[in-house]
Every structure is written in structure tokens, then in C-alpha cells.
Design a binder for this molecule. Sequence first.
Ligand code: CA
Ligand code: CA
Length: 491
Amino acid sequence: MNKKLTSLSFFFVTLALSGCSSSTNILDIEFSESVVAAYVGVEYDFSDNIVMEEGVTYSIEAYYQDYYKGVEVSLPVNGFVFTPVEKFDVSVVVTGKKGDLVGKNTITVPVEQKGDPIDELLVSGGYSGWADAGFRKELVTDEAYLKGENSHSAISVVYQGNNAFRWGGSVLCINNFRCLECWEDKTWDNAIIAAWIYNPTDYNLEFQLRIVDTSVKNGVDIDWGQNGQIPQIAEPGKWTHIFFSLKKYGITHTLFENEEGTRKDSLTIKTQWAGAPKDEFTPPYSFNFYVDGIDVVPHTKYPDIDTRCPDPIEKVVETSWYDTGFKLIECYDASKIIEGESSIEIQFSSSEKYMAGGCIMCLNSPSYLPLWKDQAWEDAVLTFCVFNDSPEEIEFSLRVYSPGKIDLDWGEPNNPVVVAHPGQWTQLFFPLKIMGVDSPLYKDGAAKFDEFNVKAHYKGAESAADRYSYHAYIDGINVVPSGDCLDVPNE
Ligand SMILES: [Ca+2]
Ligand SMILES: [Ca+2]
């Protein structure tokens, strides 16, 4: 099934020099020792192949045999330049004239299909040609394995080994600076990585990204299965167009380049094969697939791809711990958003009433630190907006605990309980200073509090089914200088 390894640009063919001269020639036409291959669709200057003698005037004709149609086809020639239009070797007839002397000689120029630049880079372009041990990448130009617009080549990937790649095997490293000019999207503000995958095996192939973004302090490293990645699956026996939204990974800025042009971000497409043995002590196994049409494109090219992404702070909230009975869901309904692109929908249903508040948000993760607006802390206020979509009031308070320093729970002195009224947005404020919090919640990348949580209690009655439930939306979570208000509707 593998095609032969086709050439890089420098594919020399040594030719026999003798012979085809016609017997009536008086003038000898000689060719150089080797002839560089021509590429389909690329202008080819033949003049370097003629050993030219002084006083002789040379001209050429070019033709090829179309073996599919069984015809001989002439190619237009401009001086010594012609352009092969099919992947058939071209015969070049050279005529030399000097006074009454005439000579003719014919030679064959091999014609190759040039690989697409990105395919060539991902197979052999230094770091971008790299893959995890056991993977072998080759350029293929056989039309049976091409897919996508104007494709002249694809990448054949073969794995042989005994690594099941629980974190995905790295196959395509697209963070080579030389790749940059191959991408359709040069803006990155809502970029999508697209690729066609042909899976000839009997099992699914799964694809995910690993992104190391060094544009932020300490960097962001998102690996296999992290950050709520939506795996892309190539099913057996067909081509599948896979897409990765970089915005969903929180990336809306240029990767790889900064002002100096040298940021060391990395972006790798990894894969895992569902046919891989489940235990670690199996003999080697193998699988293969084909990749084509890999590109970084603007979202406008595939507007149906969902690139919506929770606001950064909400993403951390949603992945932090909260009490049983709560459900936190990304919300993109514009009527339930105060700022940014999303809010958090909170659904609660439980037989537990949480009379002293159920925890809905843990704020003691150092991941929040770069997201807070106020880094001063002397007089900072924790704030967020609540749309109470329930018939009765919802109360909110904090739980702040650091052994030997601070221990405040629901409704205790200096720990106000604030109310979100039904059917409207309310911005809630929690002045941290009166609670004794006047220094950063985090130090040296770690939380200073064992607990720094927002708790909620619903004042409504139990439902008929003896379940206690309510519904709300939260947005605009931030630590701000005191008195900093958001533009909240209904107030
Ligand atoms: Ca291609
Ligand atoms: Ca928001």
C-alpha cells in the first residue's frame, strides 16, 4: 500500500549520453552528464542540459506520450523553457545549426509530481519532520491518497512498535517557522487547524493537540485529554475532515512569533489508535493512515465549527470543585451574559438543603491569579453578577479558611450574606478587607487559603418530589478595587 518515496527537489537522473543522434548528422549535439527532474506545473529551463558550442544555434521541441490516451502531445516551448502538464516524462529534441551543418539529438527529462510545501516540511523539514519513536512519515503523490483542494501530495504515516500512547503519539509538529507561510490564516484571532485523514484500519483513530503557549507568564501547556479537548475521530475506511479550534484552547493570538519573531511555542497533532493493545506487555503492533490538506484557516472558511469558548475565569470555575447537587454549564445565551462571551449557568437539584450554603465556586486555585483585575489587594472586593432564574431569593456568602489565621463560615460576623433577588440581575460585592483578607490570596504560585469558596443557599421551598432545586446564571466574577461596578441590567 505504500507508495515509493518520492524525491525532494534534488532528484538527479543520470543519463546515457550516447546514441539517439540521427545518422545524417554532421553536427554533434551533446548533453550534460545529468538532467534534473522537472515538476508538473513548474516551468523548466532546459538550456543547462545542452553542452553548447560556440557558433551553433540551438532550438528545442518538447513532447510526451500520454499513456492513458495513447497519444503524443506537444508542449509549448518558449526559448528553452517548457512546463510539464502531466506526470509523464518529456522527450526533448534539440536541433543545432551552424552554417550548413545541422544536428539533432533527443533526451528524456524525468517528470515528478512536486509535493505540497507543507507536506514536504511535515515529512522531512527538520523539527516539523520529527515524530515519536515508531512513527514513519513519507510523502506520497499517488492520486488515490490525495484529498483536498489542489493537492499534489499527502503524508503517509505508519506506526510500528508496542507503545499504546496513552497521552497520544506525536505525529505532526506544525511549529516550524518555515510552516508559517503555508498557512491560509495569518491572523489567528479565530483560527482553525483543518486536516483530512484517511484511516485504512479497522479501528478509530483519535486526534488531539498538544499546545505549549509561551506568550503568557510561566506558559500554558495543554496536553492530551486536558482543557476539555474535543477529540477528533477518523473512522475506519474513509476520509474524515478533522478540525481543531484554537480559540477553544484559549488561543486567539499569533503562535510561534513575537516582536523578535522567535517565540518557542509548540503545536503538535497527536494520535491514538483504538486498535492498540490495552496492556503494556504485548508484542509490536502496527497501524497506518494518510494526512492531507493540513492548514491553519480562518473560522469564516468553516463557520459551522463551534469555536465558542468560556471566558478564562469561568473556565477555571467550571473545572474547580463544587458541592454535590450543583451543575455548572457554559452559557452562550446573550441575554444571560454581562461581559465577555459566556456566563455560567448553575443548576441545583438535591435533597440536601445546604442551610449554611453549598459551595459553588472554589477560588483558591493559583490559576486565577493572572485573571483578577485588582492585583493591589489592600482594599479589594470580590464581585460577581447573578441572574436569579428562580421564584425565591438566593443567598450568597463566603467560606474563608486558613489554619491559625482566618476561619469564616456562612453568616459569621464580618462575613456578609448577600441576596440575589428573583427574576433579575444583581451585582454582589464581598469586601475582602473586613474579612481580614488584605494580601494576595496566592503566594509563590500556591493558594494561601485551604478554602476560599463562594457558597449559595436557596430560600425557596422543597419541590413536590422532596427535591430542593433552583436555577441561576453567574457572570463578571472578579476581584476589583472597591466600588467598581459593572453595567448590570435591571438596576
Ligand atoms: Ca497535499
Ligand atoms: Ca463572562
